[in-house]
Write a protein that binds this ligand. Structure first.
Ligand code: TYD
Length: 225
């Protein structure tokens, strides 16, 4: 006889990604939101891209440090994403968890597409293959919401200047980040319901209030401390 197990987690899974140019200040708010959801009794999977699995973390090491051409870079981002989706993101969503992901495909479009100038149509095709999911409205798995920390590249560069040893991306010139910022803006304009734009050039507490508001106004994590 087959015994049907009732899932203890009745709520549907929730997938939120966090985006912005380097130095926009995502990290504190990602952990803040994790605490907020946990305080509501939700199970949270906190993860990042490129990365989130053993294989994808190896790919991250390479892509952030080893010299390579833009096509290799884009393919490795999507290879890492495929493994991450299959091993971590989709199973967590099926269990009804909240997945908080530091960067996702918008980063590939902004960095490899707008920043590096790689063909956006090819990236869109890769997105269709790698994220294919016939059960979803657009035929692909994508975040339910993307929290975009919008910051002037000049301010971001200033913030990063003394912060740490730059990786391959952080070491790129201001003109690159101008393009990346344009990429995020274009992505946000193309998917206004998915994107929550957070003006990130304000004190930390004000940014946090905006992040909380974005989540609560969609009926998620309402009334938390
Ligand atoms: P980031 O997420 O900012 O992590 P950290 O805070 O540890 O630096 O760094 C990841 C870098 O990878 C960032 O510069 C953006 C880049 N990136 C891409 O170029 N394309 C992608 O698809 C993703 C996910 C990240």
């Amino acid at each position: 006889m087959t015994v049907m197990m009732e899932s203890p987690q009745q709520q549907p899974g929730l997938f939120i990604s966090f985006e912005g140019i380097d130095g926009a200040g995502k990290s504190t708010h990602i952990s803040g939101l994790a605490d907020l959801f946990r305080g509501q009794g939700r199970v949270v999977t906190l993860t990042r891209e490129p990365g989130g699995t053993e294989l994808a973390e190896k790919l991250r090491e390479m892509v952030l440090n080893d010299p390579m051409d833009p096509l290799s870079e884009a393919l490795l981002m999507f290879a890492a994403r495929r493994d991450h989706l299959q091993q971590v993101i989709q199973p967590a969503l099926e269990r009804g968890e909240v997945v908080l992901c530091d960067r996702f495909t918008d980063a590939t479009m902004a960095y490899q597409g707008y920043g590096r100038g790689f063909d956006l149509k090819v990236l869109a095709q890769l997105e269709q293959w790698v994220q294919a999911d016939v059960s979803r409205p657009r035929g692909i798995i994508e975040p339910d919401m993307t929290i975009w920390f919008d910051l002037d590249p000049a301010v971001a560069a200033q913030r990063l200047a003394d912060a740490r040893i730059p990786d391959r991306f952080e070491a790129l010139p201001a003109a690159f980040f101008e393009q990346v910022a344009k990429g995020y803006e274009a992505r946000a304009n193309a998917a206004p319901h998915r994107f929550a734009r957070i003006p990130a050039d304000q004190p930390l507490q004000a940014v946090w209030m905006a992040v909380r508001h974005a989540v609560e106004s969609r009926g998620w994590a309402r009334g938390a401390a």
